[in-house]
Ligand binder design. Structure first.
Ligand SMILES: NC(=O)c1ccc[n+]([C@@H]2O[C@H](COP(=O)([O-])OP(=O)(O)OC[C@H]3O[C@@H](n4cnc5c(N)ncnc54)[C@H](O)[C@@H]3O)[C@@H](O)[C@H]2O)c1
Ligand SMILES: O[C@H]1[C@H](O)[C@@H](O)[C@H](O)[C@@H](O)[C@H]1O
Length: 339
């Protein structure tokens, strides 16, 4: 610990907040956790105790604290907007877990507040941008190694869903990652979204349409298909195969030790996102802490505009799911501030 450490306030002490607290405390350098805010103060205390930080039941007490240099928001997406607006007003850098907010209007308000403040302060936790394999795929596409990109085939599978997880959440909580990934990998916007589905898995809770297939058309003429299957039962799997004019590249093929034992061979499937993207989260946080010490955000990360664009694509996706129709994405003009 040093006097130069970035002093971080964490908001939200649930599954993700607890994981990020350990990350800050044990794995990244030049930063330490000083406060944890959660209306469930017992949870806040439990997470804070593990990192020698203090607990607050009011998240705004963390945002306003004079010993907090930067914020991590890991509360549910529906409560992000007021927290982000308060952080922007205070002028502190903030790493906000995805989604920026759950709808495009509130996301645009965050974008406008940041632009009015005149400083890039908001980073959105689309951690795939820091996964070594995705970074290599992005490099190949940028360099034109595969020729022009034509298709992305994406697979996004979760073992199971928590209670209350809805068909709409499969778009704005899960496929939001693929919307960001496609925009980032291709340097194109999402133009239109369509959603179809087969019969539901018997493992899907009552009322959940699972799996679904989301088709995305980009402004540059690339077609992206996403299988979202959130009760696949066997583990966490995220894949993306890019098809270019001269070749293909696949990210997320199973890797790790191949074990031969007891007359069988095979390997392990990761259990969840913490497992599969642990390295990406660590890298995301380390780089963000470095940028936040200088008062800003990491240019390699998703910013507020990216969060807004992903929210607009989600909105089109949810509408497409409801109406069954191909739905165009409505996007505001991109301000020069986000060029
Ligand atoms: N990047 C990823 O892969 C990934 C994975 C999981 C979750 N997430 C995101 O992380 C965020 C948190 O998800 P989670 O799974 O940890 O949820 P969770 O339900 O486990 O925890 C959320 C916590 O936030 C607290 N909370 C509720 N309202 C709050 C408020 N107004 N201020 C402060 N805290 C509040 C709750 O008491 C709870 O402790 C969500 O935005 C989610 O989408 C991202
Ligand atoms: O909030 C989680 C998280 O974003 C995971 O990365 C994603 O795989 C899940 O589908 C989603 O529910």
């Amino acid at each position: 610990m040093s006097d130069q450490d970035l002093r971080i306030g964490l908001i939200g002490a649930g599954k993700m907040g607890a994981d990020h607290a350990v990350r800050i405390h044990e794995r990244i350098s030049g930063a330490r956790l000083v406060a944890v805010g959660d209306p469930d103060v017992d949870r806040a205390r439990q997470v804070a105790d593990g990192a020698a930080a203090r607990a607050e039941h009011d998240p705004f007490a963390v945002i306003d604290a004079s010993d907090v240099d930067a914020l991590v928001i890991a509360s549910p997406g529906v409560v992000h907007e007021p927290l982000l607006l308060a952080a922007i007003e205070r002028g502190v850098p903030v790493l906000c877990e995805k989604p920026l907010t759950p709808d495009s209007k509130s996301s645009l308000r965050v974008v406008e507040a940041e632009e009015a403040r005149g400083k890039h302060l908001v980073q959105v936790g689309f951690m795939r941008r820091f996964d070594p394999e995705y970074v290599e795929l992005k490099r190949m596409l940028d360099a034109g190694d595969l020729g022009r990109a034509l298709l992305l085939h994406c697979v996004h599978r979760n073992a199971s869903t928590p209670p209350g997880f809805t068909s709409q959440m499969m778009i704005f909580d899960s496929v939001v990652h693929e919307f960001d990934t496609a925009r980032w990998l291709l340097d194109q916007e999402i133009a239109a979204v369509s959603v179809r589905w087969p019969r539901s898995s018997a493992a899907a809770p009552e009322g959940l349409i699972d799996p679904q297939v989301v088709t995305v058309e980009t402004t540059g003429g690339v077609l992206v298909d996403v299988e979202i299957f959130v009760n696949c039962g066997f583990g966490y799997q995220v894949r993306c195969e890019a098809v270019g004019e001269h070749g293909t590249a696949l990210v997320g093929a199973d890797s790790g030790p191949v074990v031969h034992h007891g007359g069988r061979w095979g390997g392990n499937v990761t259990a969840d996102f913490r497992d599969r993207f642990g390295t990406a989260f660590d890298q995301e946080f380390q780089r963000w802490a470095g940028a936040a010490r200088q008062g800003g955000v990491d240019p390699a990360a998703a910013g507020a505009w990216d969060g807004y664009a992903a929210a607009a694509a989600c909105e089109a996706g949810v509408l497409a799911q409801t109406t069954g129709a191909r739905t165009e994405v409505e996007l505001a003009d991109r301000p020069g501030f986000y060029a």
